[in-house]
Ligand binder design. Sequence first.
Ligand code: G4P
Length: 532
Amino acid sequence: MRYTDEVQKRRTFAIISHPDAGKTTLTEKFLLYGGAVKLAGSVAAKKRQRQTASDWMELEHQRGISISSTVLNFEYNGFTVNLLDTPGHQDFSEDTYRTLMAADSVIMLIDNAKGVETQTRKLFEVCKLRGIPVVTFINKLDRFGREPLELLDEIEKTFGIQTYAFNWPIGSGPSFQGVYDRMKRELHLFQRTEHGSYKAPVEVKDVHDPALAEMTSPMEYQQFLEELEILDVAGNEFSREDYLAGKMSPVFFGSAMTNFGIQLFLDTFLPLAPPPTPRLCEENGVVEPDQEEFSGYVFKIQANMDPQHRDCIAFLRVCSGRFERDMSVKHVRTGRTIRLSHSHKLFGQERETFNEGFAGDVVGFSSNQGLFSIGDTVCTGKTIRYEAVPTFSPEVFALLRNPNTAKYKQFTKGIQQLALEGAIQILHLFDAIGQRSLVLAAVGQLQFEVVQYRLEAEYGVETVLDPLPEYTHARWLTGSKDALENINWIVNARRAEDTQGRPMTLFKGEWALNYMLEQNPNVQFHPTPPVH
Ligand code: G4P
């Protein structure tokens, strides 16, 4: 039995954007249109009353950013939607990368006044590298922004892709009138009414409706008609194939805050976006999502999601077959057979039992202490192993101390837990006489703040962080026993090891790294932990 129908109706995607482009607002409006939240107020109102379901950590609230990812699930027009929430802060994190890997497609959200910003650029590069299809939503049309044609041009030039505008705005800022659906040849009129908790009414008109010319200034109307002509004559033709291959981005205009263009977007985007795609695995090549044998992998682990439960959730993306609560599967890394019980569907802080799922679904497992690590594959039938989840080479380092010896146990437990989650990497750095100190290693500075905050909030330990700005690079070492025992050390490199006891070196500057490489031709220096 193949599960084609179930797979075909699933859409698993993430939103990438620069902070403040409106990701929280757009997410909230998707939930509103998907019927998943009944009381989606404006973001401002929500910030005062209660947080958006995806925005649960207090630090996130304080900083107004979304640090940790969670999964939001809703039904829309016969589609089962899984929205993977990615962190939206300035620092690029491994968590974001892994979440993007677990998505089948991505929505790139752009502020119409700001255009392509740094964080969006970095995240888009990841999508491009992996060939993930990207749809663009240009937001805040109710406010003055840049010329739409200029924005398309910027997207095309920055990312080296083609664009195809599915709709086109008429007027901008205070005189914004709505968008024209180029496929259906209908104009959707924008109404400046109270927005937020209900779906915006949509009035549809023909583009040559005389009433339209009256509503806009003659100049704006003329500009709109000219731009449409430019797009028709000189613009790209739409190709779904190119979109799915990551070569073309369909573009939509709208305003998340005023609920405008959300329905139009969902109605077009969901049929357009790819259902769960075949996944690569190490031994057998490709796994089809609708095959009978079940398989999935853990892309994220998160401790203490719910302060009331204080447990640790492993997020598993189903890649093929049918997931059933309590089923027995092979845990490939350990070779053991395990039962997949304690399965949850998580919605912000709320959770309900997850009984059945198919490719594209994300299942959260609680009470998994020590059972799952990031990247673990589980399957039935023939053993497969999904491609290793990539890790990044740390670039910032800091000593972490616990000044209160009475809290030693909590400190150790917290650190171990956060390292298991992949929130941070933990190393031991050795001094000249072999004394070791605990060093945190991360890709970005914000990860340190998060770890300190969480140690205090979740484990009750106040810690002291001493940055080690002199260290810039870390390498894992492999080589023969003899080569590793007779390393030619230099002054600007220090011996270290990771929590699994694998030998490492930290370097003060790129020069030191290159010099060590030259001095030790028989040792291999790896930017990330060697897999075997
Ligand atoms: P983020 O998650 O991407 O960081 O952005 P978020 O949704 O929090 O939105 C950032 C700001 O942009 C918010 O304003 C939000 O109200 C505003 N915004 C989002 N979509 C639109 C839109 O379509 N039009 C306009 N005009 N504004 C939009 P804020 O002032 O920072 O917060 P608040 O006081 O509104 O809560």
